[in-house]
Design a protein around this ligand. Structure first.
Ligand code: NAG
Ligand code: NAG
Ligand code: NAG
Ligand code: NAG
Ligand code: NAG
Ligand code: NAG
Ligand code: NAG
Ligand code: NAG
Ligand code: NAG
Ligand code: NAG
Ligand code: NAG
Length: 467
């Protein structure tokens, strides 16, 4: 299976090569902390790939024009800002495949936060003509330093043909992923396996997408310190294909990504997600579950970065649905949703997002006083503010005919309304609303609870899995 995947990817990489002699031309961005591209200009042939390696600070490679060196070219390529952590172990790379060597291309770093880097002369060109006043790198850089303002947006190219990037020659494999192929909201393939040393290259073919690292738990939220291509707009008349790549430094790790575009639709919610080294047999590591989370729009939980090391929940054995309930989202004392309907065979998964809560089964009559004997109880699940893992607790419902009631047994949280139910009937006396009102009123009826009734509840579950 693994071998098959890698073979077919290798074929996909080799197929579109334009020329067997295509070169990869490496350009360093910010070497030694300097505000420069090195080299400052290169000559490239058709089929060559110019790869920009971001080595320090927070620069961009943004296409401009000879006339307006420090203004982004409409429809031009743009790496977006690529911040590099001081202790970065892997480096982002942004590449452009050349399909017309007669056309000089001009670029600048769009960073202006501390200093306008373009005005400092941080510019670059491909196929300059040193002998032409309007095509030389020297004149272009002089214009940049003189801060020549935007003149006019001139149409550049009219061809709609796009160049295919040739296979790269590196020691690890190069795995190609197409972004937006056929104008779809897709990464193709949707998930890959990669080893340490492999380079994953994303080719932006259409639209305005990004490749942004997230986490299994929060598919549609950027991971703090994670990889991000920035939004890559590809005009219909674009002749260059922006390519964004990175090298895998740990082939044992899982990586999750999404397109952060939300206009006109939230692409992540449409399932435009991608993963590396998913495990199809793990509920918290499979691409399918990740994509389902993305479509269900799991919101950001806490401000903390969440890792991909969420505690393993065994794969769902049944064919029922997965129902996700967030516990303590946004630091609130809530289960979200507060009540659900579930069928026999459905799996209910609780994600603990903040503080120190529990999911503990109780009775309708006496919500907050003690756990139901023999009932479900996740135990306390403390979440540190800097937590990198999200504990999950799941069970599969065996009996959908009886309403089930739960509370957080932490302190007075139940009295503050932190309760949950499954298969309540809003029109019956045992509605979720009445249950929550009982909890807030701290109802403790004198009547003893019938033990046989508790046994019935205990049999409502087929399996209880810990975090
Ligand atoms: C890149 O390195 C950072 C830490 O330096 C790590 O968090 C991230 O997962 C790495 N990404 C890849 C794709 O190797
Ligand atoms: C390549 O670029 C040059 C200069 O801009 C242009 O004259 C020529 O038509 C282009 N060739 C193709 C095939 O687009
Ligand atoms: C990189 O620079 C951009 C533009 O100034 C800024 O918005 C962004 O926050 C910076 N990123 C980091 C990590 O400093
Ligand atoms: C263009 O780049 C070459 C090296 O690739 C360098 O020798 C030359 O000085 C550069 N031209 C200018 C004007 O900086
Ligand atoms: C693409 O077309 C737009 C509008 O039609 C134009 O402004 C832009 O300069 C063109 N870009 C290229 C790279 O041809
Ligand atoms: C690409 O998408 C971003 C975010 O929606 C938007 O700000 C930007 O204007 C878009 N670029 C183009 C050229 O449409
Ligand atoms: C690689 O990732 C795995 C899984 O996250 C982790 O257990 C291991 O320590 C990592 N190895 C290195 C060298 O960072
Ligand atoms: C993961 O990728 C493989 C290879 O492209 C594909 O066959 C499989 O269907 C993908 N898994 C999912 C859940 O989409
Ligand atoms: C979580 O709450 C329980 C019950 O109040 C307490 O015993 C435990 O120490 C708490 N855990 C942490 C890490 O605060
Ligand atoms: C989280 O914060 C605590 C207390 O500040 C610290 O001891 C612990 O090492 C931190 N853990 C991580 C993963 O950063
Ligand atoms: C029960 O859950 C549904 C769906 O989440 C919600 O619309 C409704 O308000 C909840 N009922 C109560 C009483 O909170």
């Amino acid at each position: 299976m693994l071998a098959f995947t890698r073979l077919s990817l290798a074929a996909a990489v080799l197929a579109p090569a334009l020329s067997t002699h295509a070169a990869k031309i490496l350009v360093q961005v910010g070497p030694g902390g300097q505000t420069i591209f090195s080299p400052s200009n290169v000559t490239a042939s058709v089929g060559d790939v110019v790869s920009f390696q971001f080595l320090s600070k927070n620069h961009s490679v943004t296409q401009s024009s000879f006339a307006s060196p420090c203004e982004p070219l409409a429809g031009g390529v743009d790496s977006g800002f690529q911040p590099v952590a001081v202790d970065a172990t892997n480096l982002s790379e942004f590449s452009i495949a050349i399909n017309n060597a007669s056309k000089p291309l001009f670029f600048f770093s769009a960073q202006t936060a501390l200093v306008d880097e373009c005005n400092l002369g941080m510019v670059f060109s491909i196929n300059q003509d040193a002998n032409s006043a309007t095509k030389s790198f020297t004149n272009f850089q002089a214009n940049a330093k003189a801060d020549v303002p935007a003149a006019k947006a001139t149409a550049v190219v009219s061809s709609s043909t796009v160049a295919a990037a040739p296979a790269a020659a590196s020691s690890g494999a190069k795995i190609l992923v197409q972004v937006g192929a056929g104008n779809g909201l897709t990464f193709s393939p949707s998930n890959i396996s990669a080893n340490t040393g492999d380079t994953v290259s994303f080719q932006f073919l259409n639209g305005n997408h990004s490749v942004t690292e997230s986490s299994f738990a929060s598919p549609c939220e950027p991971l703090a310190g994670g990889i991000d291509s920035g939004l890559q707009f590809v005009a219909a008349n674009s002749t260059e294909i922006p390519e964004f790549s990175f090298t895998i430094t740990n082939g044992s790790k899982l990586f999750f990504f999404f397109s952060k575009q939300t206009v006109p639709v939230n692409e992540c919610n449409k399932g435009m997600v991608f993963s590396i080294n998913q495990d199809p047999n793990s509920a918290v590591k499979s691409f399918a579950a990740f994509q389902a989370n993305a479509k269900a729009d799991i919101p950001a939980s806490t401000a903390t970065a969440v890792g991909t090391k969420a505690t393993a929940v065994p794969a769902k054995a049944s064919s029922g649905s997965d129902i996700l309930v967030q516990v303590g989202a946004d630091d609130s004392l809530t289960f979200s949703p507060s009540n659900i309907s579930a069928k026999a065979g459905d799996t209910v998964t609780f994600q603990f997002l903040s503080k120190n809560h529990s999911v503990t089964q109780t009775t309708f009559a006496e919500p907050c006083s003690s756990p139901l004997f023999g009932g479900i109880d996740s135990g306390f699940q403390p979440i540190a503010p800097n937590a990198t893992a999200i504990p999950q607790f799941s069970f599969t419902l065996n009996n959908a005919n009886t309403p089930l009631f739960f509370f957080s047994k932490q302190g007075a949280e139940c009295n503050q309304g932190m309760v949950f139910s499954i298969n309540q009937d809003p029109n019956s006396a045992k509605s979720f609303a009445a249950f929550q009102a009982n909890a807030e009123a701290d109802i403790r009826p004198a009547a003893k609870v019938n033990k046989r009734g508790r046994r019935v509840h205990a049999r409502d579950f087929s399996k209880v899995v810990g975090k």
